[in-house]
Write a new protein. Sequence first.
Length: 436
Amino acid sequence: MPSGVVIAAPASGSGKTTVTLALLRLLGREGRIIAPFKIGPDYIDGSFHRAAGAGRPCYNLDAFAMRQETITAVVAAGAEDVELVVIEGVMGLFDGAANGQGSTADLAALLGLPVILVIDAARQSQSVAALVHGFRSFRSDITIAGVILNRVASPRHEALLRTALQRIEMPVLAALPAQADLKLPSRHLGLVQAVERDNLELFLDRAADWLHRRLDRFALEQTLRKLTVQTGATLKPLPPLGQKIAVARDAAFAFCYPHLLQGWRAQGAELTFFSPLHDGVPEADADAVFLPGGYPELHAGRLAGNLALLRGLKAAAARGAAIYGECGGFMLLGQSLTDAEGHSHQMAGLLPVATSFKMRKRQLGYRRIASLADTPLGPKGSRFRGHEFHYSVQMGQAAGAPPLFAASDATGADLGPTGCRQGSVFGSYLHLIDRE
C-alpha cells in the first residue's frame, strides 16, 4: 500500500481545503502519483481535488455512513498504483455526526495515518502551543505529526509561533501568509463548483507556488506513513438500479459519489452519462436512470425549457425503466420548481411533488434510512445510511404517492417518512452513501 497523510484542522475555515489543493498540485507537477480522498459527505471539494490531482477521481470516505468493508474497498480502489494518498478532513479534527461518530480522527485511526493540522494563526501567537498540545493529547489512537500555520501576519509573528511550538516539540511544515487571491468563493451548499471556475488552473498553480516557497519538504516526508488497510474487498455500497444505467452529469447534477458508480460497475452494470442542461436525454435502451443532486434551482428555467429531456424522462418511465432521483434529481422529477425569485418552472411531472427555493429552510445532517417498499435498491425494509443537505422545501405532501423511506437522524431520533414513489419512479431529498 502507498504512504499517506490526513490534512485536518481545529475548525472549519482554517484553510485545509486550500492547503490540500496546493499540496496535490505541487506534488503532482513534480511527477508524484497521488490519490486524493475527502472525508465526509462532501461533493464539491472532491471536484477540486480531481482537478488538482491530474484528473484522478477523488473518493469520499465516511466513518459514520460507510461500513468498514466499504471504506476498505474505497481506499483500495482509489489508491491502486499510486505512491501517495492525501486525505482532506471534514470540519474540525474531532467533529462528526451528532452521536459523535464519523470524525476525521476516526478515519485517521482506522487507516493508521498521521495527521497534519492546518491552523489559522491570524489571531494568536504563543497560545498556538496550548491548542496543538490539546489536540495532540485528546486521543491516544491518532498522531499529529506536524502543523501548517496559515494566515501568518509577519516574520515576527512566525517566529513567535515557531518558538511556542518548539516547547512542545511539534514540527512546523510551513508558515503561510494570508493571500487574498487564494480565497475560494462559496454559495448556499458550499464552494462554487470547480466546473464553474474559469480560472481554476491558474488558482491551483498559484496555490502550489504559495506552498512551495514555504514548505519544509524533509519534514513533510517524515510525517508520511504506510496505509494499514487490506486490499481485495469488492466495492458494493448499493445494488445497481439496472443493467444499463443512464446517469445525469453536469453543473446542475454533479453531486454523485464516485464510489457508488464504481460499485455499480463492479457489480456488472454499464453506465452512460447525459447532460440535462445541454439537451441530453437518457439513452433509449437504458433500463434505469439516476438523477443525482446538485443545483437545479440555479438552472430551473433551462431545465424547464429542455423539452427533449422532459420527454425522454417520461418515455423512460413509460417503458418501465427505474428512475431514481436524489435531492436535486428528486426536484427534477416533481411537478414544478419555484426559483429564488418566485418564478415557477415546470419539471418532469413524474412524481406528485412541488419544490421551492424561494421558501428556504436548511435541512442538514446524517440519516439512518429504511426502505418502505420494494425498489431496485432492495426489498422493503432495506436499511441504508446517508446524508441530507438542502435549502429548498417540498410544498405539501405528495398526493396519492406513498413515501419511499423512513428516516432518523444520527442519534436515532425519528424524522418520519420522506420521499415518494410512483410506478417505477422514486426519489427523496436524501443522498444514500452505503447500505447498513
